[in-house]
Design a protein around this ligand. Sequence first.
Ligand code: KG4
Ligand code: ZN
Length: 354
Amino acid sequence: MIVLGIETTCDETAAALVSRTGDACGRILSNIVLSQIAEHAEYGGVVPEIAARAHVEALDRIIATAMAEAKCTYAALDGVAAAAGPGLIGGVIVGLTTAKAIALTHNKPLIAVNHLEAHALTARLTDGTQFPYCLFLASGGHTQILAVRGVGDYVRLGTTVDDAIGEAFDKTAKLLGLGYPGGPLVEKEALRGDAARFGLPRPMSGRHDADFSLSGLKTALRLEAQKIAPLSDQDVADLCASFQQAVVDVVIDRLRGGLRMFRERVGTPNALVCAGGVAANQAIRKVLHRLAAEAGTQLVAPPPALCTDNGAMIAWAGAERLALGLTDPLDVAPRARWPLDEVAKATTKPSAIG
Ligand code: KG4
Ligand code: ZN
């Protein structure tokens, strides 16, 4: 089964072809990602209107490249998948409408994929991970801990009540004049900084749930920076190191809570899976390994290019859904908000743990 996947929910214009050869078994035939970072950099974040226009300009070419690289014709496709949300609505409309046009023209089934579901299922494409597993998704737009029990069968164990973790990294970088996207720049500065210099808070730590809150940490950092301004290079490095250490401590505490909730509600996870751009952070990755071992399971960390937004994850999620007969009508609506517990699941096939 070969599926074309289209991703346009944020600032990556992406298309890919994936072949599904069996349960949790697939192959990426092509995976083309065009990042819009340069277009948004001067604004210090993604500008929705600029993103939507850039998707319109680039998408046809990106899809044509993905088809050519996979040496695939439209006639050979089994389905066309697009991220139908959640995300910046202008971009979502561009990708979903394009997918509808291809599906209609070539008489192929359409699969409207939830972007978060695509992140959640990537580990099955890259590592053949079996259900159920615990997902830690941390990107610029999302921070969630999920129990992934089957296709369309997710239990949200924790989320952020304000900023996403990647967003907190980006805002920290902006405050310190480091540029965009902030995560890799803050991580680099942190390497030569003193993480113990500033006593930043660890919001939500010790609570019995698995929710995050990052906005207080960001404010505390700003106050510390204001106290010692103007900042020297070493001050910036020390602030970055102290911030990153606070995030790492929060991730340890919150994810411990999430894994405990997983055990109580679902059982033993087959893996702890990470996804999203923040999972590229080495300090965070190190503690994820530790947490997985503590929970008696393994860490599955897909390669960074498949952790961040891409078309292959959309194509794969489309293939997983298509294999279960889960397709969508051509009038399916794009959604800016789309919580994972509102994703349709197969009624004929019980989830892996019933
Ligand atoms: O998944 P992603 O590429 O796009 C979405 O947000 O959907 O994630 C991008 C986010 C940005 O906020 C970026 O600053 C963050 O991931 N990020 C990192 C690192 N690399 C990317 N955060 C911390 N450390 C990193 N090394
Ligand atoms: Zn994403």
